[in-house]
Structures are given as structure tokens and as C-alpha cells.
Design a protein around this ligand. Sequence first.
Ligand code: ATP
Length: 373
Amino acid sequence: MSTVSARINAGAVVQAPAVSRQPFLELRGLSKSFGSAHAIDAVDLSLAQGEFFSILGPSGCGKTTTLRLIAGFERPRSGRILLEGRDITDQPPEKRPINTVFQSYALFAHLDVAENVAFGLREDGVPKKERLERVNEALSLVRLEELASRRPNELSGGQQQRVALARAVVKRPRILLLDEPLGALDLQLRKTMQIELKALQERLGMTFVYVTHDQEEALTMSDRIAVMRGGRVCQLGSPEDIYDRPTTRYVADFIGASNCLPVTVAHGTREYSTANGIRGPLPDIPYLPQGERAYLVIRPECCHLEPAAGTGLLGRVTEVLFKGMYRSYHVRIEDGTTFTVADPHRPSESRPWTVGDQVRVSWPVNESWLATD
Ligand code: ATP
């Protein structure tokens, strides 16, 4: 977890509080079906207080259902939800110290920014003086004090989303659930808001559970990520764990670009072999699925191209794509697998390889990883 990070604040170095390792929110064997379809199946998760936790996966894998169960908008078929050891499974949503921010901001058009933020406090009967203080505090957290008297239609998409965030945090929930909250924003604004959201979460020290199908977003903001597939959590770990050590080809493909070479692990060796007899060394990893079908996973940025006389897998360049920061070379190797090799771009260096060139693809052996199907 990247939580004991030093931050610069108003010229002083501030040590952010460490995330507690005690279970804060626990999902135990949580399942939910709609008719005969299993939306989520036996999900076990344990979150720490103050953690930025993301649930990542493609459409329909059960992310929103998991979030709605935590919020109390859905009842599980089986399983329990515990908050600080207390069972909240049967508590209605309004009794849970949990708030949700959705992709659609659903702001009240006839109320100004401050009134929108104050709405929930007014409903709860919070006295006026305290309401004003808390609204000002929330607006300052999302840097909207100057726009307090504007109506939603006088705000940009990013500003509207910040109002929705202020409205959610003003009630001081223990947990903030965020369901694709940046989905409606353009790419540039989304990137800015990712940084703002992470900074806000650190300032508040609040537990965030963030649902997204955008792997880069999850990698950028999260302390830990749960990758879901077909209603189950298929890998859980830090962004580095998930990116560098994917346990399955599914995770390797879903999180960033990857080269997945189909291999068999030779019995009693640290060698792989491919169907057409290519052999090579395996990385130093704890579990080798011997004799089983597996995939050697190598990220494009870990691969290098060398002349055909060098070492590595022999192949032919089939495509060269200029991506700005790097050039992407597609190389078809002897067993038919296409490798993608990302070569950092430097304007002073000429483009070394062109389509049709015979090359060798190599990588440092400990920058490869073995994943199962
Ligand atoms: P997306 O990224 O598209 O929002 P998701 O990962 O959040 O997808 P869920 O919305 O949790 O997925 O849906 C999981 C599964 O449950 C899907 O197959 C979906 O069709 C089904 N499902 C979700 N809500 C309902 C519902 N109210 N009635 C019937 N089926 C539902």
C-alpha cells in the first residue's frame, strides 16, 4: 500500500497516516442472483480503514452489484457484510454510515451549489450553524467555495462532479462508494479528477470503494484492486502486484497490454517450451504449474528488439505504430504469436526497425511472469 507517503502541504512535509491493517469492511461469502443469473458468487473481501480500494472488471462482471450490496440497496442471497466487526447485512441503506457517488451527478437544478451540498444535512435536521460550517468545509475540500451560489447548469462537468462529491462527504460517512464517477467526463478532465479524488481521499482518511472498468484509473488511484470476472474476485492485490504478477491470462490481458506466449513448463526444470519446440528460461516464481498449459507474460515495455544474429525469439516486424512517448512494434514470432514491443521514443534517435525486418525479441528473464488460463 502506498499510504505512508510524504506529502508537501503549504511548504511543510506532512506524513500521511498509515492505513490500519485491521479489517474495517468485510464481505463474507457474499452472493446475489437475479432470477437464475448469478450476479456475484461467494465474494470474500476485507478492506482496511482509510484504504482506496477499487473493484475492476469488464461490463457485467458484478462490480455495481457488489457496491449496491455494500450500500444496502440490494439484499444478498447469502453471505454477510460486517463493518468494524458489526453485522450490517440487514441494516437499511439510510442506517449505514455509507454514502454513494454515481456516474450521473443527479444534482438539483433549482438549487445552487451550497444548497445542493446542504440538502442531506437539512433532511437530517442538522442545525443551520453547523450546516453552514460543514457545507463550507466540504466545498473547500473540493475547491468550490468561489462557486457556492452558482446553479448546476452554470458549472462544467468536472465542477458538477465535485459538487456531487462534496454532497457525499458532507455527511461524513465512514465509507464512500463511487460507481464509475468519472465516466461522463472527457479523458483530460478524467485524468485531472483522478488525481484530485486520490488527494481528497488521503486528506479525509476515508475508506473509498471505487468501481471502474478502466484499468489505468484503478492503477493510478488505488491502494488495492480486486479484479472481478463472472461474479467472482479473480485476483486481489496492489496495483504493482496485479500489473507485474497477473495470476491468469485474463488479468494479464485486462490490465494493460501484455504478450502471452503459450508454454508448457518442463518437469523438474526452470525452462519453458512452446508447441513448436522453442525453449527458454523461466522467471524465479514460487509456483510452477509443471506439465500444464500456461502463459509466459511479458509486458511490451520489458521487451527489446535485437538484430536477427542476436539472442531471443526470432520473428518478423509486421507493424510499426508511432504512439508519441514510444513506438509500438508488432513482431510475429516463429510459433505464430504476435509480440508487441514498446520502444521509448527519442527524437534524436532514428527509427531502427521497419516492417519486414527479421529481428529477435528478448527480455530480462525476471521481468517475465507465468500465468495460468
Ligand atoms: P457494468 O460495468 O456494465 O455496470 P457491472 O460489472 O457493474 O457491469 P452488474 O451491474 O453488477 O455488473 O451486473 C452483474 C450481472 O447481474 C449482469 O449479468 C447483469 O445483467 C445482472 N444484473 C444486474 N442487475 C440486475 C437486475 N436488477 N436484474 C437482473 N439482472 C441484473
